[in-house]
Design a protein around this ligand. Structure first.
Ligand code: PLP
Length: 393
């Protein structure tokens, strides 16, 4: 092999569905010297990470910690630990990620009862209630709070309440919501929830914060069959992360990534959760005003939208991939393509975490207008920036 030079990534602005821009403070923390994953100083920091995650999730659950792998592993951790062969799980699907929940249930030997809603709409509580009534033996209700493939935000409080009324546990996907919109684990009474570090926490990809209620832990400790995944078996992971644990070796924790998570959670704590939610909302309103002035519409109806993930329709006759290519090459700006059923039809513009700011909103609007203008797309020009600025005024 010929000599390979060191890899210097270009400096991009990340406004897709994740990863989002990582703050320099987090990158600096990542580059600090590696120490042992059983070093007493490291263990002290782990305890702080757990506490910071409890406040991010708004929970007192003692079993709150980051799984050493991306959001998909957090998802798998919830299903692998709670679902035993033969268990019935009601799975809500209104986009890509509900489909992955179904896959998880089936691979755990469970039976998935599907509640389906159109892509771009929220999970319908009435359908969920019908499914709970029709399946009194269901053990778990699983749903995606923030469906990143469509930008729809479902009513987690109502769905969790329905599950409790029918004596059913809950698994909630909060990968895109945590840090961007309210996630209230104790108030909602969630039993198992997972998130990711690379969306609204603006940390490097590769970790998945999870939290389990005491009831869920009880179920996991008293399983009839061992958890099929050795790596994700919480009964084993608890020996390292659990409260009062002996910190026995299970796997080598991703030490530096955890420094980064620690710093990103400190940033969230400094800003305050309510302020972070309000910032995401404000920037969403400004982006929306600009896009709508240009003539670009949203696929999710007003009131059901995620401020951190804006799924918008591609104007008539426009090659959506060519637009993304031009944004990346000429403006170092990344936005996301449509997934699954929405491929080719929408763009997904993320305003997540550190990337949710006025500068990015204005950059995105002006770059989009410039690129679409060159392509002679049917948009209104010269109005988007004023419309966005009016929201900030
Ligand atoms: C991104 C995402 C995931 C998967 O997370 P990875 O870190 O990519 O594995 C799961 N669910 C939702 C809703 C997501 O947005």
């Amino acid at each position: 092999m010929t000599s390979v030079s060191t890899f210097n990534p270009p400096i991009r602005t990340l406004m897709g569905p994740g990863p989002s821009d990582v703050s320099p403070r987090v990158l600096e923390a990542l580059s600090r010297p590696t120490i042992g994953h059983l070093d007493p100083r490291f263990v002290e920091m782990m305890e702080e990470v757990k506490g910071l995650l409890q406040s991010a999730f708004q929970t007192n659950n003692t079993m709150t910690m980051p799984v050493s792998a991306p959001g998909s592993a957090g998802m798998e951790s919830c299903f692998a630990n709670l679902v035993e062969p033969g268990d019935k799980v009601i799975v809500c699907q209104n986009g890509v990620f509900g489909g992955r929940m179904k896959e998880n249930v089936i691979r755990c030997g469970g039976e998935a009862v599907m509640v389906e809603d159109a892509w771009g709409t929220v999970v319908d509580p009435a359908k969920v209630e019908d499914a709970l009534k029709a399946n009194p033996d269901a053990k778990i209700l699983a749903f995606v709070h923030a469906e990143t493939s469509t930008g729809a935000q479902s009513d987690a409080a109502t769905l969790c309440k329905l599950a409790q009324d029918h004596d059913c546990m809950t698994i909630v996907d909060a990968v895109t919501s945590l840090g961007g919109t309210p996630v209230l684990v104790d108030e909602w009474g969630v039993d198992a929830i997972y998130s990711g570090t690379q969306k609204c926490l603006s940390c490097v990809p590769g970790l998945s914060p999870v939290s389990f209620s005491d009831k869920a832990l009880d179920v996991i400790k008293n399983r009839e069959s061992p958890v099929q995944s050795w790596f994700l078996d919480l009964n084993l992971v608890m020996g390292y992360w659990g409260s009062g644990a002996q910190r026995t070796y299970h796997h080598t924790a991703p030490v530096n990534s955890l420094y980064a998570l620690h710093e990103s959670l400190r940033i969230l704590q400094e800003e305050g959760l309510e302020n972070a939610w309000a910032r995401h909302e404000k920037n969403h309103q400004a982006l929306k005003a600009g896009l709508e002035a240009m003539g670009i519409g949203f696929i999710v109806k007003d009131g059901d939208r995620l401020p951190q993930l804006n799924a918008v329709t591609v104007p008539e006759g426009v090659d959506e991939a060519a637009v993304r290519k031009a944004l990346l090459e000429d403006f170092n700006l990344e936005i996301g393509a449509g997934l699954g059923a929405l491929a080719g039809k929408v763009w997904r513009i993320g305003l997540m975490g550190h990337a949710s700011n006025q500068k990015n909103v204005m950059l995105c609007l002006s770059a989009l207008e410039a690129v679409l203008g060159q392509m002679k797309a049917p948009i209104s020009k010269g109005v988007a920036l004023d419309a966005a600025m009016a929201v900030y005024a």
